[in-house]
Design a protein around this ligand. Structure first.
Ligand code: F6R
Length: 616
């Protein structure tokens, strides 16, 4: 998830005191600062100037470290703040990217799934690349389109290039000598701001809200040309009218997408973040997965044991994954809380793969475990959200979860993307080791492909969850239960509730309830159960009944098409096979959020907690 902005025209040019308004470069720079929450490992600007043509400034680091080029006659410009997905956060990988001649500059948010093929073709045709990014193919394709048709202008070229790209993108392009910004959108957000003498474009309205509240939202497949104060939108080559809306939010709320808290925004971002996680990695037809993990051929087949190390929510993602590794790949998989990890005697380091799961990539306990694994001589793999983080430097290879920045301290969308990434890894392992046949792999990949849509269906039920939170939110304690893949989800559900509401919440293996915890169950302790595919729902329901017999209200996340008439509240989970418990977790996230919100808790910054725990 990156942030992009473009501006053409004069901002506040008619100030009462007659002084000129701020320069295009300064407004673009400020817009980037407003968007920095979308990603912040590098930033860049391209300015078009009637005297000097196209000037690009870009570098790794934060937006405030970027110096805006001082130019006299700038008419328009584009900018980008990056959250790396392809290639580390270096100066060369920062956007904007340019063509060979340096006449065209492009900023991009999203992932070009077919960039490798496009890059190979472009290189074969003589184009030279200077970065590791997927984005760089776009200015070269534009250059190619302009060279192929001498009558074509920037708008024609972007229209043509747009049909060549697979994946998701929001693009802004400028060209020396062309007095427009041309933009295109498919799968990544893009909104146009309509000023009197200026037009803006950005990933979201936060970027330019101080200048205009009149906006036009682009739709997938739209291409638009922006002049100062004039905007033309096209779809399928035909002009379309997308209307103009007025934004009512204040800047702070806009940054949270209109939500009261980042956590709720991030819960709602899960369909988009999961799409990014899965983009270009699933070949459903063949049952294969492409995760870019760089182990030499045969290494995965040779692994005897997988040890997953992680903390907190990432540990629960690991517990989910361990079951998938055993099922899909027939390999022994253990999960250890990172602070407790020691490479056990009697194990064979060079046939053990240690997988460190950490969204931040900086958790001291997890890094400590990685160092112990490295010292023992094991192979190591990181699963993280943060390109260039310490864990990526200290492991042999990395699978990125691509969830975009998560600001709320409580992990939500990163948990979903961790599990999805690990599920792909488990399929990769299974295929490599010959343990997972193509037909079974196809079925798992189908379920993964259905994940973003299934999560959206759950989000659409938020009102029912809010209602349940209202009814049961003031209980004495909350118990979460599940079996099999439902166990990590029950544990994660309890962690989410306790950390943001400060209520007593615990997760149990459903079968264990009767071995002790049942003593805590009363009519004041609701039980929330995972009753889906992959979670042994029938047996779990027996344990729910045990709790209900002691007076506990029972809430269940139930596979669509199934019904348990005795539940007090039933939430329907779309049928997506082994990832159903992961979808059920979205109900538990919403439940935690609404219980905590009704109590007025500091949801995004719960007491005593930090987003990145860099001490052991
Ligand atoms: C809970 C939460 C924490 C983290 C844990 C590990 O909502 O966010 O439990 O999961 O501190 O953090 P990472 O994944 O950055 O290693």
């Amino acid at each position: 998830m990156c942030g992009i902005i473009g501006l053409i025209g004069d901002v506040d040019a008619r100030e009462a005191n007659g002084e000129p308004g701020p320069s295009v470069g300064d407004v673009v720079h400020q817009g980037l600062a407003n968007l920095e929450y979308r990603g912040y490992d590098s930033a860049g600007i391209a300015l078009v100037d009637t005297a000097d043509g196209l000037t690009v400034a870009k570098q790794s680091g934060q937006v405030d470290e970027l110096a805006v080029p001082e130019l006299d006659a700038v008419t328009h410009g584009i900018g980008h703040t990056r959250w790396s997905t392809h290639g580390p956060p270096t100066d060369a990988n920062a956007h904007p990217h340019t063509d060979c001649a340096g006449d065209v500059a492009v900023v991009h948010n999203g992932i070009v799934e077919n960039y490798e093929t496009l890059k190979n073709d472009l290189e074969a045709a003589g184009h030279t690349f200077t970065s590791d990014t997927d984005t760089e193919v776009i200015p070269h394709l534009i250059e190619d389109a302009l060279a192929t048709d001498p009558d074509a202008d920037l708008l024609d070229a972007v229209r043509r290039v747009e049909t060549q790209l697979a994946g998701s993108y929001a693009i802004c392009a400028v060209r020396e000598g062309d007095d427009r910004i041309v933009v295109a959108r498919r799968g990544s957000p893009l909104v146009i701001g309509r000023g009197t003498d200026a037009s803006f474009v950005a990933s979201d309205v936060t970027a330019f809200l101080e200048h205009t509240r009149e906006v036009t939202y682009l739709e997938d497949g739209d291409v638009a040309a922006l002049n100062a104060g004039r905007v033309q939108v096209f779809h399928g080559g035909e002009p379309v009218d997308r209307g103009v809306e007025t934004v009512e939010w204040e800047a702070d709320a806009a940054e949270k997408g209109g939500y009261d808290h980042y956590m709720r925004k991030e819960i709602h971002e899960q369909p988009e973040s999961l799409r990014q996680t899965l983009a270009g990695r699933l070949d459903v037809e063949s049952g294969d997965v492409d995760l870019d993990v760089s182990f030499p051929p045969g290494v995965l087949a040779d692994v005897e044991e997988i040890q997953i190390v992680a903390c907190g929510t990432s540990y629960y993602a690991g517990r989910y994954a361990a079951q998938l590794f055993e099922t899909f790949a027939g390999v022994r998989a253990t999960v250890e809380i990172a602070s407790e990890y020691a490479f056990g005697a009697g194990r064979t380091p060079d046939r053990t793969l240690v997988v460190a799961v950490t969204q931040s990539g900086e958790t001291a306990d997890t890094l400590g475990a990685v160092r112990r694994a490295n010292a023992a001589g094991a192979r190591t793999l990181a699963v993280t959200n943060t390109v260039g983080s310490t864990v990526t430097r200290e492991t042999d290879t990395t699978a990125y979860i691509r969830a975009g920045p998560e600001i709320g301290v409580a992990a939500t969308k990163t948990f979903a993307s961790q599990v999805a990434t690990l599920a792909m890894l488990a399929v990769l392992f299974g295929r490599d080791r010959g343990a997972l046949g193509a037909a079974d792999a196809r079925s798992v990949l189908e379920d993964l492909r259905g994940l973003p849509g299934a999560v959206q269906q759950v989000l659409d039920e938020e009102e029912a969850v809010r209602e349940a939170a209202r009814e049961y939110g003031d209980s004495e304690a909350f118990f979460f239960i599940g079996r099999a893949l439902g166990v990590p989800v029950a544990l994660e559900g309890a962690l989410k509730l306790k950390e943001i509401s400060y209520d007593h919440a615990e997760g149990f293996t459903a079968g264990e309830l009767k071995h002790g915890p049942l003593a805590l169950v009363t009519s004041e302790t609701p039980v929330l159960a995972v009753l889906t595919e992959g979670a042994d729902a029938g047996e779990t329901m027996n344990n729910v009944t045990e709790a209900q017999t002691r007076g506990a209200p029972a809430l269940g996340c139930v596979s669509a098409g199934e019904a348990y008439g005795t539940l007090d509240v039933s939430f329907s989970v779309p049928n997506v096979g082994v990832v159903e418990p992961l979808v059920a977790n979205v109900y538990l996230q919403l439940f935690a959020y609404h219980v905590a919100n009704a109590k007025g808790r500091a949801i995004d910054k719960p007491r005593n907690l930090a987003k990145s725990v860099t001490v052991e």
